[in-house]
Design a protein around this ligand. Sequence first.
Ligand code: ZN
Length: 159
Amino acid sequence: MNQTVLTKNMLSDEVIKDLEINAVEQEVEVTATLADVVASANKLDPVFEGIRKSKRSKGKLEGWSLASCEDVQGLLMYKGRLAVPHSMRRQVIQEIHNGMEVGHSGLKKTYVAVRASYRWPTNYEDTKRYIDNCHDCRRAKPRHEAPAGLLTPLPIPNM
Ligand SMILES: [Zn+2]
């Protein structure tokens, strides 16, 4: 499990309150892992509440395929994994992409790792966009375009 400790200024007041209430109930310290924070945001998200309370079980609601949604004790699950509210997606991708054993893994590895625990309808698009814009990745990787001009071999002169 990812044990990244998140600082309070990264979290909304509602999420902090929910985490503190849980902590008091369990008589443990507040050590928020990424999964805890996502779960708290999941429970409090108004869009998710609408999905959980929807009487429909087919079609789509706010982009979510209702057949793949499940309410598990107030938590919205999507395709059997924790659903991630809009506000938390970037942070989830960032924590996983930057924090993997080999940090800053490529798109495929990051995407697989994100989907192993977290789901939302635009998993792939959001992961791709994040990696395309990751400063560290852009700096570390060689550019794909062929270098301009200079390295093309000179024509063999006619004798
Ligand atoms: Zn990166």
